[in-house]
Ligand binder design. Structure first.
Ligand code: 48F
Length: 260
């Protein structure tokens, strides 16, 4: 006989244990797009306690819809090895241009990242940060449903050594910091510089250059990197997102190893 109450107790129990186990982490990733997923997989693989918070029900960010809802994505030569590493099937369209089914890509990145050890809290939004001595030391989180309904419900807090802002075009973590903190970001203007219009070639190179610490304790990854440091958007070519996630993870793993 199946007991509905046991089913309910199982869910509550397991979820609360998972949440409690991630109240203090090495890295908190905000945003579950391609950049965040690659970063999360790599950090989990390196043995660091990593939690991802994603506002939406689904993980995968801007991948699902490909370009203008044609559900295929393009990945350039330099990043194909990351698709291979995750086991995402792709095929060459022209030399140096590979395509992948965007549904296959989003679901596989998510599957591999979680199986490697990344813990994902979907339906949870970052609404604020905790700052101590001019460094981000925590995230302030709330149910996305609370945010969407505009309910007056106070959030909860987690502690983290590092944050990766992988929120895409919106650059939400760094925008919160720029808005609320009386301190400058590591950008030319000291503020979020804002993205420029579409230029795939430039944008893809800049994404990697701009994957760096934008405020003490906070790294950029993916489209957020260009939005914060004032570079171009790239459209539905995803290699830069994958490479940026990889770079953010490698850099943070190096710092964590040194005890930073
Ligand atoms: O936008 P998104 O896919 O970011 P990305 O990894 O990739 C960008 C590409 O999809 C595309 C592009 C290049 O091809 O330009 O846009 O840089 O994923 C960002 C995720 O962050 C979530 C959001 O729902 C999305 O799934 N997100 C944004 N703000 C918050 C958040 C927040 N405050 N709290 C939690 N999740």
């Amino acid at each position: 006989m199946l007991s509905e109450v046991t089913i309910t107790r199982a869910i509550i129990n397991r979820y609360l244990a998972k949440l409690e186990n991630h109240l203090e982490v090495d890295v908190a990733i905000v945003g579950g797009g391609p950049a965040g997923l690659v970063a999360g997989k790599k950090l989990a693989e390196a043995g660091y306690k990593t939690a991802m918070f994603e506002r939406k029900l689904s993980i995968g960010g801007g991948m699902w819809g490909g370009g203008m809802m044609f559900n295929e994505i393009v990945v350039q030569q330099e990043a194909k090895r990351i698709l291979d590493e995750f086991g995402v099937p792709c095929s060459e369209f022209e030399p140096g241009y590979y395509t992948a089914d965007s549904v296959m890509c989003a679901s596989t990145l998510c599957s591999v990242a979680t199986k490697t050890g990344l813990t994902i809290f979907n339906l949870v939004s970052m609404e604020d940060v905790v700052i101590r001595r001019n460094r981000v030391t925590g995230l302030v989180i709330n149910w996305s449903a609370v945010e969407m309904a505009g309910l007056h419900v106070d959030p909860l807090t987690i502690k983290t050594k590092w944050v990766i802002d992988a929120t895409g075009h919106a650059a939400e973590v760094l925008n919160v910091i720029a808005r609320k903190v009386d301190a400058e970001l590591n950008t030319t203007s000291g503020k979020v510089m804002g993205e420029r219009s579409l230029w795939a070639e430039q944008a893809e190179t800049h994404t990697l250059d701009n994957t760096k610490e934008a405020f003490p304790g906070v790294y950029t990854a993916g489209m957020c990197a260009n939005a914060v440091f004032g570079s171009y958007r790239m459209g539905p070519v995803f290699g830069g997102m994958l490479l940026s996630g990889e770079k953010a993870a490698a850099t943070l793993a190096g710092l964590l190893e040194k005890g930073e």
